[in-house]
Write a protein that binds this ligand. Structure first.
Ligand SMILES: Cc1ncc(COP(=O)(O)O)c(C=O)c1O
Length: 383
């Protein structure tokens, strides 16, 4: 994809960090900054127009998730959705135990850590060498004191797609709630909250060609959660603050657009991703992190013996190829990613990471530029 204002040939391959806002999304958002800037709580016509825009977006996000509109709560992003699910559900449950996995995003792990500090028991399940949670470990850990099991739908670093429907079923045997962070998987993997028995699911706008600063939490009807943000009582009292109308409109449009072409997009991304993997694995000393099967269509993640991932990302950047060494929130960090450690990589392997992440706008040209640039970048860094 050509990036305006950048060097003539560039390839943006960091879509796991964030994505471009789709033109159709921006077009729908723009009027809500200028002409239609009403507050949905106002009773006049401009307020009504804003409220209608929120209703429409809620329907679109619900259709993409497979739930009722009344089960969608808009938040400021994936992080807030994760926080609301964990703090909200656990605080309103009389139970004292939370189960999660070692490769969750820090929005989940840090929230669970906070709960541990306030006296909750938190069990962090290990994963295997490809990043999979073992359902037997879940079954052993869940009991009648478990408030919540939170396991992500797809990992943001290595793309592992967890067996969330099976895990949800195990949680429900003990009447525990099941939450999934689907920030990476939403609209890129086949998730249906009803079919998969999910009680709560977090999504984020900027990973699906919507804007930054908007997300949503699906909360199944009947699930009791306490608000984290209190005030004016917006979002059924679960998320006070005047609604981010342009953001909500953008998330709704992004979800609707993505669902329209999802099947073809997933197929195309998978084929391109597999070709990229085959190509990169020809580089001396390279290996794949994460699974071959059950891997998110947009994710490829590699290690390169004797190369620091951050150096490789910077060398590629000089050639117009934008990738990442781990995930955006830990990029630039000199500490190994907790995901790499959890799958058994040692410190030097963990620090030699390169994540290539695609979107539905990624082209063969992008893959070609990566293919031309990577061997040069690896050579330059190894020198
Ligand atoms: C799996 C996962 N969860 C949560 C988040 C946080 O989402 P947001 O940036 O919308 O707060 C991210 C973002 O990288 C993510 O990849």
């Amino acid at each position: 994809m050509h990036i305006p204002g950048k060097m003539s040939r560039t390839a943006y391959l960091d879509n796991g960090s964030t994505t471009t806002v789709a033109k159709e999304v921006l077009d729908e958002m723009l009027p809500y900054f200028t002409n239609e800037y009403g507050n949905p709580s106002s009773i006049h016509t401009m307020g009504d127009n804003a409220a209608r825009a929120v209703t429409n977006a809620r329907k679109r996000v619900a259709a993409a998730a497979g739930c009722r509109p009344s089960e969608i709560i808009f938040t400021s992003g994936g992080t807030e959705a994760d926080n609301l699910a964990i703090f909200g559900a656990v605080m309103s449950s009389g139970r004292k135990k939370i189960i999660t996995s070692a490769i969750e995003h820090s929005a989940v792990l840090e929230a669970c850590g906070r709960m541990r500090e306030t006296g909750y028991k938190v069990i962090v399940l290990p994963v295997d060498g490809e990043g999979f949670v073992n359902v037997r470990d879940v079954a052993k850990a869940v009991d009648d004191d478990t408030a919540l099991v939170s396991v992500m739908a797809a990992n943001n670093v290595i793309g592992t797609m967890e067996p969330i429907a099976e895990i949800a079923e195990i949680a429900h045997r003990h009447n525990a709630l099941f939450h999934t962070d689907a920030v990476q998987a939403f609209t890129k993997a086949d998730i249906d909250v009803k079919r998969d028995c999910i009680d709560m699911m977090s999504v984020s706008g900027h990973k699906i060609h919507g804007p930054k600063g908007i997300g949503a939490l699906y909360v199944r009807t009947g699930v009791k959660i306490s608000p984290v943000m209190v005030g004016g009582g917006q979002e059924h009292g679960l998320r006070s603050s005047t609604e981010n109308i342009p953001g909500i409109v953008g998330l709704g449009k992004a979800a609707e657009l993505a669902m329209r072409t999802m099947r073809g997009d997933v197929k195309r991304m998978t084929e391109l991703r597999d070709a990229i993997i085959d190509d990169i694995l020809k580089t001396h000393g390279s290996y794949l992190n994460g699974p071959n099967e059950m891997r998110l269509c947009s994710n490829a993640h590699f290690g390169f013996g004797g190369v620091r991932g951050n150096d490789l990302v910077l060398a590629l950047s000089k050639m117009g190829v934008y990738a990442s060494s781990a995930s955006a929130c830990s990029a630039g960090s000199t500490e190994p990613s907790h995901v790499m450690t959890a799958i058994g990589r040692d410190q030097s392997e963990a620090l030699s990471s390169l994540r290539i992440s695609l979107s539905r706008y990624t082209t063969q040209d992008d893959a070609d530029l990566l293919s031309e640039s990577l061997p040069k970048a690896v050579r330059a860094v190894r020198k």
